[in-house]
Design a protein around this ligand. Sequence first.
Ligand SMILES: *Cc1c(COP(=O)(O)O)cnc(C)c1O
Length: 468
Amino acid sequence: MKYISTRGGISPISFSQAVMMGLASDGGLLLPKFLPRADNAQVSKWKDLDYQSLALEIISLFSGDIQKDTLEDLIRRSYFTFDSKEVTPLVKKGELFILELFHGPTLAFKDVALQLLGNLFSLLLKEQGSYMNILGATSGDTGSAAIYGVRGKENINIFILHPHRRVSRMQALQMTTVPDRNCFNLAIEGTFDDCQAIVKAIFNDLDFKDRYRLGAINSINWARVLAQVVYYVYASLRLYDQGYERICFSVPTGNFGDIFAGYVAKALIEPLIYRLILATNENNILTRFVREGVYEKGQVVQTISPSMDIQIASNFERYLYYLLGQDAGRVKRAMAEFEREGVLRFSQEEIQRARQDFSSFSITQEETVSTIGSFFRETGYVCDPHTAVGLAAARRFMAEQGKEVQGMPVVCLATAHPCKFPEAVEKATGRSPEVPEKVRGLDRLPQRYEVMPADVEKVKAYIEAHAL
Ligand SMILES: *Cc1c(COP(=O)(O)O)cnc(C)c1O
């Protein structure tokens, strides 16, 4: 499989090159040259496979230049760190199915992608006799998942900036208690925006970036999307095995990464996935796109589902490429227009097409809390606020579509363990969520972090002193 840019400015590259490139060098996003589709024979064979074997089949469709046995070993190691044999178990609660994506080391769905990406980076760097210094900013969750993805890897150092005293206690502990010498936490005296601005400024210093082989680990890396395709197919095949032939997924969405993986899965096992429910919190740029045909930036609102408090969905450009008929010239013009005007408008025909793929609902914080509470009272299941946004959207979808989707299973993606967001859960259910063994007692471990002013030069000096 070769990879191209949504903006058409690069000649086709291999999977390995795409993983190492991250963002396409013309400013676009990388995509496979075509979206593969499985035939009936493949689907029947896949439905008996365990998660890791299915992952191997799916990922090898996209990763031609990595040997299959190397890939197999890499996948086994990536999901060995999960505390469920099924990796992403599917459970039925009330009328809904829940796909639990939080069994990885940091209890959030980002582990599914970042455990694999860390191992991929390490493998490709080793093959090239090279190394990398990863630099990123986090408002909480991505940082710890990234650190756990690369901890202990000898050809990678990682520097994660977080706003000092502005991430939750558990989030801070998850990052700072990792003992591996290749992990560096910088607690910046400022906000998350300050952290992001520093990271951006350092990446813009091309000389510095090249000298220290700086790499990013953000959600636009193709390998992250690809790793996530697997659980959509896995859940669909579990249900197919139970006799269901049309399935819907409800996806709590921020950067459009997870739901774009659903779109790739939908194409891969057509017609098994009927519809993707795009669930947003009050930051609803994507809901307005699906419902009104207008993609327009708004103000970021802080909510109780903070990992979805995003106004520009960085993976949206990938979907745009397909919506605009795989015409890279049009994507390039559209993105330039969005940059200039902050808004994109779509034709009736395009909106209709998007609505074949997605139904969308924006869920208020009040409804999120009441959903955690009512779902707990009805089923005994405790979910986190991000998952609850998806649950509420799934219920609205069923009410809106009525007969059209009657009897069709709706799978809600559970993207974080409820113990990561204890305040909201306690408010809704009247009790604090259970804390799994592996994160108990983190506060008794030694912490490693450096408090630092929000100063680009100071951060650069720190990297210089500790980089590979
Ligand atoms: C990152 C995240 C999301 C949003 O995922 P996207 O790929 O950005 O759409 C949802 N829930 C949780 C808990 C997350 O950490």
